[in-house]
Design a protein around this ligand. Structure first.
Ligand code: NDP
Length: 402
């Protein structure tokens, strides 16, 4: 006996985006609803070996296994197989992509056989995979199409004449979301940009390619690690010879009721959202030119509050205080320090929010829509430019009027 499934979905988005998003294994916990984590174990060109762990099942078990995937961008095909087969005799997967009317058809074919002692047989597993593939494909279609709309909204021509030619910029957390829009907007305006990210991914590689065409690059650095931050700033010194702009954007968020908030999660939030800014600014200080700008990305929630976000809002409120003091300490050198506090912006941070709640969020804003990464990036551009020469120490809310 053997099992076989064959499922397809048509995604209304450009091939390059469908390919990049669905093959970025490290982002699968956001893309699929079933995965708790995806850990990259090995990467060699288009081959990646990774461990997937599912969310706990009804019995509290976390299924986990290792797979290998080899993608071929030329033929738009991917061959994958489980290396740790678990309850399967074997499990081979083939993904193919082709342009069709209405977008890109993504097809998943799975060939497998269950072990005799597996908890389910081939027929039951076939049903399970077919049911789950339909759910996951619908979700992925929604996420990729949403990202495509956000890309389309990204203007092809600069809307303003604000130029940053000759400026050297560091952007933390540039691989995705708001940070990516900031890095590309600054580069479009003529700045040479070094951006950092935490995990190797297709998104990080794509950013690196884009920035390299304009003299910059994307480098891996965990902004919570003093050693990584020291290396990152050393790289800025070697490559750029100094800095005129630092954008502290990297951040994390989670939703944990206060009673369940363990010290480790509290610490992770403070380290990622606040201590990282201290580490980056302190290391950057000796290489910041007089008249430079620092822009910190805070959050509108810092001053409003929200249940189950005490750790997040505390870290972001710290950013506002730090901005106020640092602007006073560095003002004598003409260095301006500002915070932008975004409202609710369409990025991976929002990817787990159901559509209905997303619509509710949109209605909270006076402008009736969620923010887009470019909405924030354009304000960074303004704060980085000479147009904002007398603006320092502000907490600028960019939230569409929540
Ligand atoms: P995303 O989750 O989409 O992207 C986060 C970025 O930060 C990624 O590039 C990620 O890198 C990077 N990053 C995370 N942790 C680290 C780390 N330790 N070291 C280096 N890089 C790291 O987030 P958003 O774009 O939505 O958010 C960006 C900022 O805006 C955050 O500070 C967030 O708090 C703030 N914000 C966002 C709002 C929203 O609605 N989206 C609202 C208010 C504020 P990698 O790809 O490697 O994981």
């Amino acid at each position: 006996m053997a099992g076989r499934t064959d499922n397809t979905v048509v995604i209304d988005a450009p091939m390059s985006l469908v390919w990049a998003m669905t093959n970025d294994v490290s982002s699968w916990p956001s893309l699929f609803s079933e995965y708790e984590s995806a850990q990259i174990l090995e990467r060699d060109g288009d081959r990646v070996v990774f461990r997937l762990t599912m969310h706990p099942d009804e019995q509290g078990r976390r299924w986990t296994w290792i797979s290998e995937r080899v993608g071929d961008p030329a033929t738009r095909t991917v061959q994958a197989q489980r290396i740790e087969t678990g309850p399967f005799e074997y499990m081979r997967i083939r993904w193919t992509y082709r342009d069709v009317d209405g977008g890109v058809e993504m097809r998943w074919e799975q060939d497998f056989a269950m072990k005799p002692d597996a908890p389910v047989d081939d027929t039951a597993m076939t049903d399970r995979i077919n049911t789950n593939s339909t759910v996951q494909m619908a979700r992925i279609k929604g996420l990729v199409e949403r990202a495509a709309r956000a890309h389309a909204d990204r203007r092809s021509e600069p809307m303003t004449e604000i130029r940053l030619d000759g400026k050297r910029a560091l952007v933390t957390g540039g691989s995705r979301g708001i940070g990516r829009a900031i890095a590309l907007t600054l580069a479009d305006a003529g700045a040479t940009v070094i951006a950092c990210y935490q995990r190797d991914s297709e998104a990080a590689a794509a950013l690196d390619r884009e920035l390299k065409t304009r003299g910059g690059e994307a480098v891996r650095a965990d902004v919570t690690s003093p050693d990584d931050v020291a290396d990152l700033l050393a790289r800025c010194g070697q490559t750029l010879g100094g800095l005129d702009l630092v954008v502290n954007n990297a951040g994390a968020m989670s939703h944990v009721p206060f009673a369940d908030l363990e010290p480790a999660e509290w610490q992770r939030m403070i380290d990622t959202n606040l201590t990282s800014i201290y580490l980056v600014c302190r290391q950057a200080l000796p290489m910041l030119a007089d008249g430079s700008a620092i822009v910190n990305i805070g959050s509108g929630l810092a001053t409003v509050g929200m249940p189950a976000r005490t750790h997040y809002t505390a870290s972001k409120a710290g950013v506002i205080g730090m901005t106020r003091s640092l602007c006073k300490e560095l003002g004598g050198r003409g260095i301006r320090v500002n915070t932008i506090s975004p409202g609710i912006v369409e990025t991976d941070l929002l990817s787990r929010v159901p559509d209905e709640q997303r619509a509710q969020y949109a209605r909270l804003s006076a402008l009736g829509r969620l923010g887009r990464p470019d909405d924030i990036a354009d304000v960074v551009l303004f704060l980085a430019s000479d147009l904002a020469r007398y603006v320092t120490g502000v907490d600028l809310r960019v939230d569409g009027g929540i």
